[in-house]
Design a protein around this ligand. Structure first.
Ligand code: ATP
Ligand code: MG
Length: 362
């Protein structure tokens, strides 16, 4: 456990609502810092990277950007994306550059159902459903390997190739991580998801590694699914899910499904972990920059505040992380909700509600 009590955060607000929700997460952290009576403190360094930076400088982050943030204790990240910058430029230029560059190979995405939040799911035990997606975060379908116009046959006949990489070591470390996480939960179960009937090399290797690693965890229940069937399972039998481990692309898709089922992309938190602790981990909401609602003060701050809780947990402040999660639940239960989850409160009002519950329970 990290015993250091002064933490240096690298803050990358990014674009659109990323900037708005990051401010809210930092307000919650400041509140906890003030009421900790000197038990812990934070120092924040801001990095103005993102699409505006790209439009001025032709790149999404500073040339030596990874050097500038690699010695911080954690990275708190908003979102990137601008209507006039192609999504693959913004994603690869910043978010994936950091995840791959700082070897943040485990992306943890809890799916949490909150009391008082409208959900498209009609389930008798809805308020108590929760599971965690463990997403491989450095290889798989996001290898960046391939190319356009392979045959040189010209417009209308173009062939593009996009390759995936599955290394045995990469599969093993993320699968082990999922098993270790399962051991910390009430129900010890890991579900592995692939499409190994159609992707017959990399995903078959993944399945083999899963079967081998599972032998080291006889106390953990397992099952293996194809992603199409798992998508249906998310909707039909979410009570059977506990820890779900999948490749980069498949887990990304399933996590949007999970957060939409829970009510909104706006409430989903995530952690990009370097479990080896050689580099800082990065904490961000699952949602993107949402240009359609940016600047209106109506973005849901819960995903970013929940990500701040994951960050505090990673820094060894488990109690404070739990307090935040409790305060979030109290706030939604009370009916303080932004528009995406059926309410009419502003971003700021929801955060104020969370902070006032923190003051009550702290
Ligand atoms: P990006 O290109 O950065 O991924 P996007 O247009 O795909 O942006 P997302 O942020 O991924 O947008 O979200 C899709 C939609 O979900 C948004 O258009 C927005 O309406 C809604 N949404 C996402 N996050 C939030 C939030 N925090 N609060 C309210 N609504 C949200
Ligand atoms: Mg998006």
């Amino acid at each position: 456990m990290n015993t250091k009590q002064h933490f240096r955060l690298a803050v990358i607000p990014g674009d659109g609502i990323g900037k708005e929700v990051i401010d809210e997460g930092l307000r919650v952290i400041n509140h906890l810092e003030k009421s900790s009576n000197g038990k812990f403190s934070f120092e924040t360094d801001y990095f103005p990277w993102g699409c505006e930076y790209y439009l001025e400088n032709g790149k999404m982050m500073a040339e030596d950007g990874l050097e500038q943030i690699k010695n911080h204790d954690a990275i708190y990240f908003g979102a990137v994306g601008f209507p006039n910058v192609p999504d693959h430029v913004s994603l690869w230029g910043l978010r994936i550059a950091i995840c791959q560059g700082l070897d943040q190979w485990a992306n943890i995405r809890p799916v949490e159902f909150l009391p008082g939040v409208e959900s498209p799911l009609n389930h008798p035990d809805r308020d108590h459903l929760n599971w965690v997606l463990v997403r491989e975060n450095t290889e798989g379908e996001y290898s960046g390997i391939g190319g356009r116009n392979f045959t040189g046959r010209g417009p209308g006949k173009e062939v593009a190739v996009q390759s995936s990489i599955f290394t045995e070591e990469g599969c093993e470390r993320i699968i082990r991580h999922a098993f270790e996480l399962a051991r910390t939960r009430k129900r010890k179960k890991v579900t592995s998801v692939t499409k190994s009937n159609a992707q017959q090399y990399g995903m078959v290797l993944w399945d083999e590694v899963f079967e081998r690693v599972s032998k080291d965890y006889p106390d953990v229940e397992t099952d293996q699914w194809l992603v199409d069937a798992m998508a249906a399972q998310f909707v039909l039998h979410p009570e059977d899910l506990e820890v779900v481990v999948a490749s980069n692309l498949l887990a990304d898709i399933l996590s949007d499904l999970g957060s939409a089922l829970a009510g909104s992309l706006g409430i989903a938190a995530s952690a990009n972990l370097n479990p080896d602790r050689k580099y800082p981990s990065m904490f961000e909401s699952v949602h993107g920059s949402a240009p359609d609602i940016a600047g209106q003060g109506i973005a849901n701050p819960i995903g970013a505040i929940g990500s701040a809780a994951l960050m505090l947990e990673n820094l060894g402040l488990q109690n404070e992380a739990e307090l935040i999660n409790k305060a979030i639940r109290e706030t939604t239960k009370e009916g303080l909700l932004t528009a995406d989850i059926g309410g009419k409160n502003s971003t700021k009002e929801v955060t104020d509600g969370i902070i006032s519950h923190l003051s009550k329970i702290h």
